[in-house]
Design a protein around this ligand. Structure first.
Ligand SMILES: [Fe+2]
Length: 242
């Protein structure tokens, strides 16, 4: 494939529910940028995080449905899905009733994030706990955790426990520092990465753009791997096949 048709499975494009897009106009402006970059599928993943956004699920669904209606009309070949980026705390596992509010578009996958200063054992335990409870953890932007940059083999371990791994496009391109870029190279070279996503919040700092990172990965690691990381794995996840 080329970069037209990419899927971005981690971003803060859904308006009014976290520290990303504020209004529906913001969402639409971000979606247009994503479309022009070649993205055709977006899993919207608002924060469930004590400082970045804890919007009630009903509100998230309401805003999502409102956005879907407008996008279907204005950009009909952009597909939207609803997920969540969950800041991991063990009490999440004690949630009673529907777990949908934490999951990626009705699948068993959960995109989980941690503090940047998290300890290795904490991430490993979180992954094990989620798997034990029947959920499929996807570790969000693993390269942002200092422990996974210092000890790159942690990511081998997380994979072997059963986690999926997501990294941010900006980190692939070296925009978050040299040490992080080197770590990302290690993860990619060793086939540890499952998704590369924008984690876009706005049009200033982290835009919903993936094409430049796609070109880099395709050139250095091959078109097939790029196709998996920027499209096929996201589609497989949405189809419940991951
Ligand atoms: Fe995020």
């Amino acid at each position: 494939m080329n970069s037209i048709g990419m899927f971005d499975m981690h971003n803060h494009i859904l308006f009014g529910v976290d520290d990303g897009a504020k209004t529906i106009e913001d969402s639409l402006a971000l979606i247009k940028v994503a479309y022009n970059d070649g993205i055709r599928g977006l899993v919207l993943t608002p924060h469930f995080h004590p400082k970045r956004g804890m919007a009630h699920y009903a509100e998230v669904v309401e805003n999502f449905n409102e956005l879907v209606d407008v996008v279907e009309e204005r950009i009909p070949d952009m597909q939207l899905y609803l997920g969540r980026e969950v800041y991991y705390r063990s009490d999440i596992l004690e949630t009673k009733g529907s777990f949908d509010k934490y999951l990626m578009s009705g699948t068993a996958c959960m995109l989980v994030e941690f503090s940047t200063t998290v300890e290795e054992n904490y991430i490993k335990n979180a992954v094990s706990n989620l798997l034990f409870e029947g959920y499929q953890p996807i570790v969000a932007h693993v390269e942002r955790y200092a422990c996974a940059v210092k000890n790159k083999k942690l990511v081998d371990e997380l994979k072997s426990i059963g986690a999926y791994i997501q990294i941010n496009a900006d980190s692939v391109l070296g925009k978050t520092g040299f040490a992080v870029k080197q770590a990302v190279k290690y993860y990619l070279k060793n086939g540890l990465v499952d998704f590369i996503s924008s984690d876009a919040h706005d049009l200033k700092t982290r835009k919903p753009e993936l094409a430049a990172a796609y070109a880099y990965v395709a050139k250095k690691f091959g078109e097939d791997y790029a196709g998996l990381l920027f499209r096929e794995n996201a589609i497989a996840m949405l189809n419940g096949e991951l």
